[in-house]
Design a protein around this ligand. Sequence first.
Ligand code: AMP
Length: 396
Amino acid sequence: MTKSLLTLNAGSSSLKFALFADETLAPHGRGEIEPLGAQARLVFRPAQGRAIARALRAQEGGDHHAALKTALTTIAEATPDLDVAAVGHRIVHGGLVFSKPALIDDEVYAALAALEPLAPLHQPHNLAGVRAAQALFPAAPQIACFDTAFHRGHDFAADAYGLPRAMYDEGLRRYGFHGLSYEYVSGRLSEIAPEIARGRVVIAHLGNGASMCGLLDGRSVASTMGFSTLDGLMMGTRPGQIDPGALLYLMSAKGYDAASLTDLLYHRSGLAGLSGISNDWRKIEAATTPQAQDAAAYFVRRIRYELGGLAAELGGLDALVFTAGIGEHSASLRAKVAEGMEWLGIILDEAANGANSGLISAPSSRARVFIIPTDEEARIAKLTREVVQGLTSIRP
Ligand code: AMP
């Protein structure tokens, strides 16, 4: 019987899952069902054997519960003696309370459900994944791993808004997200370049969701994301930083309400809205329309602007790390971000950058520039095992 850890990352329109050996954390397979609903498709790549890819019927991929059942059936077929020792969940919001992963009991579940208004488009789906996994593996501990936990050590000034203090005290503050990715990438950096990882590091997580994090000695000191997953960089369908006055204008002069603003800000903005083409960076890069080029230029500008701000926060820069879909794969994006950044000590090695190498800065570059592929699933598995083994506190 192979004891395994299952990781679940239940997003608004997808379910990502992976299986790791309980003892060694060796990956046994990973997969994804996307988009949930009538058009769902399953992809599963076991560590050994052939990948599976197929369209799903509505009862197989229509919602989180159905998708999870399908995912587990698929895994079980590929791993006949499967024994799930624990399930690790990506939970977007841990609020003020959770600064470590937590065993999900009734009390913790209720605390997580109470945070739904803070992340309405993510948290309910994360919790649907928890319920579905509880039903399917009633004996396995369910562990919550938070995207916000990594940022909980920020100073007041890095987390505050200039609103009445009582609002900060009630939790209206910058939480920062993508923490599981930053934990994984900074862990890898400390294996690859331990001296540098102890210094001033900016990690740019540039995927469909995008943010940047400033780290000192491996700890997060600032994030471009704030109270919600809307702030900071422009993203695939989210605008990033915006003047709240623009939103007041849309409400008072254009008839927007909370629902239509939510739709605008989460689904119709960003690269998709600005380019009029797609949220997919590959399509933006390939497009020749002025709108697509404008959208790309604004995406780059926001990254450069935040890089400068984070470097100021850190008192300089020892390393810049690119990760996630765009950061790992788009040489032209990285080149544009680095252009003219000699003042910050950044000089790229053109060939290394073009080849998506691990180290892409030139020998003459004062700051090192790396590409480190992120692996949130591996991080969730590691945290899950630590909690189960009692190595970390199981309660906030
Ligand atoms: P993620 O959310 O990390 O999966 O990243 C998704 C984003 O990465 C999308 O905008 C993709 O267009 C982009 N991406 C994925 N592969 C590539 C690639 N080979 N070149 C450029 N962009 C890519």
